[in-house]
Design a protein around this ligand. Structure first.
Ligand code: HEC
Ligand code: HEC
Ligand code: HEC
Length: 437
């Protein structure tokens, strides 16, 4: 009997000889698919150092709770990149977190999510990576202090936190739901930012998507909880947010802005739809929120004064901001979140909304670290969390001080509430693009 595999192999050999151009076109299609997957997985964001902007050449410093890690050079350079790697070695690094020499990679490389990728997707990803121009750039990734610099310790980490294995469809759910789960849990690794972490930095999977702190930001609860998450968002709202960078008065900034700019804005409509289907089904917890602070509270008095002087020109006295440009505060769950990192980060460091093809402007907010004291910032943040029907815990000056330390901003002395600082260092907000929407 003729060996079928042999027949197929020789047939495809003959076909290849007959139609070499056809095969080239198939490769091109696979590379295009690989590029789409690389965007969805946001490889470029971590593997590019914003200081020199050489795509995939590594050297970007990730701040982890345990210290600093530099990302690897994954261009095709043979000496300093992955140019000499085999596909099997690549696949093992991406899905199992094992480097070329058999060493364990730190889970800051999201292999605990990428382990879910199908063989076909890893293959296309590999074909795309083969097209990346080699860049010579030697990176020593491990900059962690003792004892975290010992890679062998990751064996223990993996034992507790890592389950190797491809995504398995949940047959009780729709096709769109499963595609959404594959994207969210695997390629897009939404969980790596939004799911609370245990002491070792692994996902607390029983609390999936209930909010987590990272690098001085807070990735809020995105479950379907009405009181804590995005349960009151319409399904199309999440699609719009991931495609354009904002939906109504909810403007993405910080790490989410980057995820949208580099990754989710490129997703096809069907994939965005799938992600929205999946998240509308992620169960959250409902909470009883604290009562609003009364307007007579001295912190609210001070907060209103600071707000009217420094914030209302952009965010408006009614707190509603400007749709798709300037964050609105009423009923904004991210602003009411129990963890205030993103709010304080933005007030201290300033910020910018995501810039996407559909919304290229990305309005910015100035830094107030130099012009407002900890007490004034705490009061303004308390005010926006307790006005216009909002109710959330007050923000303390100690919390502001802690965020200043995280961001390494120096402390400013007492600043009078009428902002009577020298005219020259005061920002001229009238010239700001956000003031002329
Ligand atoms: C959230 C940040 C992040 C993202 C996203 C990310 N990586 Fe990484 N990657 C890292 C870090 C950090 C390391 C170094 C880990 C270490 O040395 O232990 C790394 C290491 C690697 C390595 C091993 C390189 C070597 O020389 O050992 C490969 C290969 C790799 N990444 C490929 C990818 C690909 C492909 C993607 C997209 C599918 C990707 N990475 C997405 C952070 C990231
Ligand atoms: C690199 C970390 C990171 C990744 C990856 C990430 N997020 Fe976020 N996300 C954040 C942060 C931080 C915020 C808060 C942004 C802000 O304050 O403007 C946020 C905000 C959001 C919000 C707004 C919530 C609200 O109440 O305003 C939604 C919705 C969201 N993310 C969904 C997702 C989805 C879906 C994915 C995966 C496709 C994802 N995120 C991936 C960090 C991340
Ligand atoms: C020049 C206009 C401008 C001024 C003045 C301004 N903001 Fe903003 N603010 C913005 C824009 C634009 C955004 C959306 C982009 C971003 O989040 O960085 C924003 C976003 C925010 C956010 C949301 C942060 C997040 O995590 O998404 C908070 C909180 C905030 N501002 C508070 C304040 C406070 C408090 C003041 C006054 C002390 C103030 N802003 C003054 C323009 C301004």
């Amino acid at each position: 009997m003729i060996d079928r595999n042999f027949l197929i192999a020789s047939l495809s050999g003959v076909l290849f000889l007959m139609f070499p151009i056809k095969a080239g076109a198939q490769d091109a299609q696979a590379v295009a698919r690989g590029q789409y997957l690389a965007r969805a997985a946001d490889c470029v964001a971590c593997h590019t150092n914003p200081a020199d902007n050489r795509a995939f050449a590594g050297g970007y410093a990730l701040q982890t709770p345990f210290g600093k890690l530099l990302t690897s050079n994954i261009t095709q350079d043979i000496e300093t990149g992955i140019g000499g790697w085999t596909e099997a070695e690549f696949s093992r690094a991406v899905r199992e977190g094992i480097g070329r020499q058999g060493q364990h990679l730190y889970p800051a490389m999201p292999y605990p999510s990428y382990t879910k990728l199908t063989d076909a997707d890893v293959h296309d990803l590999w074909l795309y990576m083969k097209t990346i121009t080699p860049v010579k750039n030697r990176v020593v990734s491990n900059q962690l202090p003792f004892p975290f610099n010992i890679r062998a310790a990751l064996i223990v980490w993996n034992l507790w936190n890592f389950r190797s294995g491809r995504y398995v469809d949940d047959t009780s759910k729709s096709k769109a739901w499963n595609r959404g789960a594959y994207l969210a849990e695997g390629l897009e690794h939404c969980n790596s930012c939004h799911t609370p972490k245990n002491l070792l930095g692994g996902d607390k999977s029983s609390q999936a998507y209930r909010g987590a702190s990272l690098q001085g930001w807070y990735a809020p609860d995105i479950t379907n909880s009405h009181t804590l998450g995005i349960g009151s968002w319409h399904k199309d709202d999440l699609k719009t947010y991931l495609k354009t960078g904002s939906v109504g008065p909810y403007v993405a900034s910080g790490p989410m802005g980057e995820a949208i700019e580099n990754s989710t804005q490129y997703l096809r409509d069907g994939d965005l739809e799938a992600i929205a289907t999946y998240f509308s089904d992620i169960k959250g917890q409902e909470a009883s929120l604290p009562a609003s602070l009364p307007a007579s509270d001295p912190r609210m008095h001070q907060g209103k004064a600071v707000y009217e002087m420094a914030c209302a020109a952009c965010h408006r006295s009614d707190g509603r901001g400007v749709s798709t440009m300037i964050t609105g505060f009423p009923a904004n769950r991210a602003i009411l979140a129990p963890v205030k990192d993103s709010i304080l980060h933005t007030i201290l460091a300033g910020g910018r909304g995501a810039m996407t093809h559909e919304n290229p402007t990305g309005a910015a907010m100035p830094s107030f670290s130099w012009s407002l004291s900890d007490e004034q910032i705490a009061a303004a943040a308390t005010y926006i969390r307790n006005s216009w029907g909002n109710n959330a815990s007050a923000v303390t000056p100690e919390e502001v001080k802690a965020m200043r330390r995280t961001l390494q901003f120096r402390q400013v002395g007492p600043v009078p509430d009428d902002w009577s600082l020298s005219g020259e260092s005061k920002p001229d907000l009238s010239a700001h693009p956000a003031m002329h929407p």
